[in-house]
Design a protein around this ligand. Sequence first.
Ligand code: FES
Length: 573
Amino acid sequence: MTKTLEQLRSRRWFAASGMRAFAHRQRIQQMGLRREDVLDKPIVAIVNTWSDLSPCHAHLRERAEAVKRGVLMAGGFPFELPAMSLGEVMVKPTTMLYRNFLAMETEELLRSLPVDAAVLLGGCDKTTPGLLMGAISMGIPALFCPAGPMLNDRHRGQPVGAGTHTRMFWDEYQAGAIGDDEWVHLESRMTRSPGTCNTMGTASTLTAMAEALGLCLPGSSSIPAMDAAHTRMATTCGERIVAMVWDDLTPQRILTRGAFLNAVAVQMALGGSTNAAVHVIAMARRAGVALDLDDLDAMARRVPVIANLFPSGDRLMEDFYYAGGLPALMQVIRGHLSLGELTVTGRTLGEQIAGCEVGDAEVIRPLSNPVSRDGALAVLRGNLAPDGAVMKPSAATPRFLRHRGRALVFDSQPQMLAAMADPALDCNEDTVLVLRNAGPVGAPGMPEWGGLPIPKKLLERGVRDMVRLSDARMSGTHYGSCVLHISPESAVGGPLALVATGDEIELDVPARRLHLHVPDSVLAERRARWTPPPEQYHRGFTRLYKDHVTQAHEGCDLDFLQGTAGTPEPDIF
Ligand code: FES
């Protein structure tokens, strides 16, 4: 134990002698609490991203009660604090626009209130990095309690997963292979219970990476949301955070470069979402750790995909849990991990995964029999992406990993969607579809438009994949030969802005190359004529975001929130 009672941050609110401290104790009692409830014990914030419109977090109110039980049993006192709930599917234009909003809210909530530590409740895509970025910047002990994946579902005897199968069935519906009645019926399949997407989408990727970083209890990210073990895990989170206060176990002590590389290794072994490339760099920058796209590419070349989960494989998260979950997977790749890294338990990662075994080698494969050797991520560079772009080879059609084709360019999502339905659209399966003005500044918020739909006339001919390029992101649950996160983005004048329909584009994933076959002199002429898209946002958070967001290869954080420069603690008077 390194912290004394007198050093508790909350005592500055409750144990002081002035009129203001009197008011703090007075207002505690106004809520029916006793002054001794908040004196002489750690105060734990439970930052909860529950809302009535966040289906992946529908159970988090009950889980907050379990966390409270744990805090009380360990001698602390809990307060639940609501934070912005980013339900991935409901929020428009995109939750990515608000990840930094949640990060700011989390940091400022924790700073402005009398709390000594925080348990963070979230899991749907951007909530994990949002909560963690805020907690990292605040710097008090913090423990992430993952929402957990929803239960498996089946349709016509086959496992169906959230996101992945929505896109598959949509393509079949567009192609006329699925009728209207079945399409309506499918609305109630695939998403069987509260909890995050049950595929290896962004949610499952990020919660697993949070665990690999050392910020979760061991095994917690794999527990299905509706399993009784999930409630027990939440109680243990409450118990553990109190001990973390006395040990002063802050994120800064846990988040080393080794911890971040562990998270990246896990991303690759899972066949995780390309979105993680943006979030892990943003989190590292908050922690003052050097990490860039080259680190991710290097890890992807070393660690094959061994988790047999949609969209790279054919199983779901509940199967992953039964197979031993993340600790078992980390045992398989232990040779790629830094096992001495500290975690929220006070033990090292190596100590935590010792003795964990794979229960089903078809779900968590041995390194000798991976799901894909092509890798979960490839970082591409070239005259079209000087600062990088990403792709997920394990979820792409192998023949497109080396491809040269004619560009068909769209300047906006509405224009692109209208064209996809046009039976006269001039394209074939070798055409390279290009969408621009979909990046952090251009969209704004870098939405998941990067999995451009296949033109309807090609769907009807049986085409299910094409090479697609954009400065957008793609849902982690989706699949296809999509080059994403092109940086710098077109809206700030990146080379993507200069591509014209008919240009030849070359993609060479083994060589990590993305090249626009247009002479430099022609590109210079086009640049001289280029003007940025007209400004539509003149106020509010979106204005702030557009003025300060960094590019994809830098993590898309707001520039003034990066780094470790401290913010003074609020004065107490
Ligand atoms: Fe919430 Fe996928 S929509 S995790």
